[in-house]
Design a binder for this molecule. Sequence first.
Ligand code: ZN
Ligand code: ZN
Ligand code: ZN
Length: 319
Amino acid sequence: MEILFLGTAAAEGWPAVFCRCEACCRARAAGHENIRTRASLLIDGRFKFDLGPDTYHQALVHGVDLGLVRYVFITHSHSDHFYPAELEMRRPPFAHPAPGEEHDPGLDVYGNEMVVRKALELKVAEDAGEAGPADDGLESVSEPEAQPEPRQGALVRVHRVKAFRPFRAGDAELVPLRADHKPDEEALFYLFRRGGKTLLYGLDTGYFPEETWAWLEGESGRRWVGDGLDLVILDCTSGPLPGDRRRIHMNIETDLAVRERLLAAGLTAPACRFVATHFSHNGGLLHSELKAAFRQHLTERGLPPDTFIVAYDGLRLTI
Ligand SMILES: [Zn+2]
Ligand SMILES: [Zn+2]
Ligand SMILES: [Zn+2]
């Protein structure tokens, strides 16, 4: 699988939208990897995690054809992860199939109850009910074609997903896991499996809740993960900030604690790679300094200094 980090910042971006703090001024001056847009991930050009307000800009910068994206998995409804107004642009007269293409398969969006509600309130998607193992997102492809004038949003279908209920999207399989992030909705993160490779997309999770650990470490998790995770992507919003940062977001220390527990549970493949992302200016460190901070934490524990990759916008990995 080809993995592209479209964005690697927390909600405010970095430099943050209206911020003039030292970390933002330094990032503006330094440019390059220090310019971080709101977090998102693209897999093989067809599967996307989250749909934030920087989506269009990211597509332009990284040469992505967003019309080829078929499935979008939303973690929760915070605006850096879900900016539903953009979905309106997925239908005519704002979007058309490529010349010669008979019909448009549309876009399938997966999210929790709050995400579904927001999409329906804005009338940017059609309610496709609960996602399930039998629903591969392909059966409804012919629907828009059957209607001469598709209803508003008919090309965009929103599916409800719930923690610990595996579902299928095209030739990929996923399991939503429960995060410790947003008390008024079931914030999720995902296991994603396709073509014999498995990854964990864990943004805005906090240290995973015990019920999530119980699922991962129990029979369901072990069976689902199989030969082990090939890639683990973790929230590092608080970066180098000290202390016990386990609720809502994580720091370097907590990322290492999650790694240790995944390893201890035997859930990682021998060549598993770990990536930290979703950084905030409040952590203060520019990209090279973040890399140095990770190296220091890892060396202190006697671990190889490259155990964690510090993500940046445009990072590409192959697993
Ligand atoms: Zn976020
Ligand atoms: Zn700032
Ligand atoms: Zn959030």
